[in-house]
Design a protein around this ligand. Structure first.
Ligand code: SAM
Length: 300
């Protein structure tokens, strides 16, 4: 048994609990340990590291997954597979709405969501609200594949807490996308009842919004509470799933919400013209078809 662990765990120095390990010379791996699991990537080198006011930001060049962004030792994305997450969190709410013009993006400092939003011609304004400018600055320089066209005049960036930002808006957005880190000191407010009440005010009556909503395998209680809270405030609250290889378990959930539109219905067919690698209109519908254990989580 001990030998198996030795063979599988190839770190020179075993990673600390819940921490990314960077082993120094020789065979280098970066590992995210999440509860009783770990995901590791073989690394060529660390290319960026900074302790910002909010979190530890690191970018690694991996052997076969492109660049990898970690925040507080948690993998945010691998360049090789990031399309799965960014396309599904963006194109589902934007396609469930017939014509989203004003779009709010909260979090998403790596740029991936804004890049996807800009593929929709009907979008006229994108307000991008990220609490940590250092994540934006690092991504702009070190994750160019993720970065959006900054010459696109539709985007305005704001560096502040999304919870505070939405309080200032009323009846303005057609779509909102919350791409925040797992519930933590800085992001937990983005899953709170007060935030959703403010967001409801900031959205137009027929708006659609989506948030990442953690793992259906490992965060069932979180999802249950989130959905119960959202159902108190909004009419349609729907969970959908996608394969996201860089998050624990490889299957991730998202929640799409509206007072007017059933989120699983595609209203704005852009299939083909979006140039997506994962999303299409058939997958949009099927992503809302849930395994029984997930139906149980969301059925209250
Ligand atoms: N889904 C990705 C994940 O958890 O792996 C999220 C990636 S994206 C880089 C998450 C971003 O949300 C981070 O850059 C973080 O700074 C930002 N964020 C966290 N809390 C926030 C808040 N309250 N307001 C605005 N942005 C926030």
């Amino acid at each position: 048994m001990e030998k198996t662990v030795e063979i599988l765990n190839r770190h020179k120095t075993p990673p600390a609990f819940n921490a990314a390990a960077f082993s120094g010379d020789g065979d280098k791996w970066v590992t995210e340990i999440d509860r009783d699991m770990a995901v590791s990537y073989r690394i060529k080198k660390r290319i960026f590291s900074k302790k910002s006011k909010f979190q530890d930001i690191e970018v690694f060049e991996s052997q076969s997954h492109g660049r990898i962004l970690t925040l507080d030792d948690i993998v945010m994305l691998t360049e090789r597979e990031e399309f799965t997450y960014h396309e599904m969190l963006t194109h589902v709410p934007l396609s469930a709405h017939p014509c989203p013009e004003n779009v709010l993006v909260i979090g998403g400092g790596d740029g991936g969501i804004v890049r996807e939003v800009l593929k929709h011609d009907c979008v006229k304004q994108v307000d991008f609200v990220e609490i940590d400018k250092d994540v934006v600055d690092a991504s702009r320089v070190h994750l160019k594949k993720m970065w959006y066209d900054e010459n696109d005049k539709r985007v305005s960036a704001y560096y502040e807490d999304g919870v505070e930002y939405v309080k200032k808006k009323e009846n303005f957005y057609d779509t909102a996308i919350i791409d925040c880190t797992d519930p933590s000191q800085i992001s937990e407010g983005l899953f709170s009842r007060d935030f959703y009440l403010s967001l409801k005010r900031a959205l137009k009556k027929n708006a659609v919004f989506a948030t990442q909503s953690q793992s259906p395998f490992y965060d069932a209680e979180f999802i249950k509470k989130l959905h119960a809270g959202l159902r108190d405030i909004f009419v349609y609250v729907r969970l959908y799933l996608a394969h996201v290889p860089f998050y624990p378990g490889g299957c991730w959930s998202f929640t799409c919400v509206s007072d007017t539109f059933e989120p699983s219905v595609v209203r704005k067919v852009k299939y083909g013209r979006l140039g997506t690698l994962y999303y299409n209109e058939y997958l949009h519908k099927s992503a809302f078809v849930l395994p029984e254990f997930v139906n149980k989580i969301v059925s209250g």
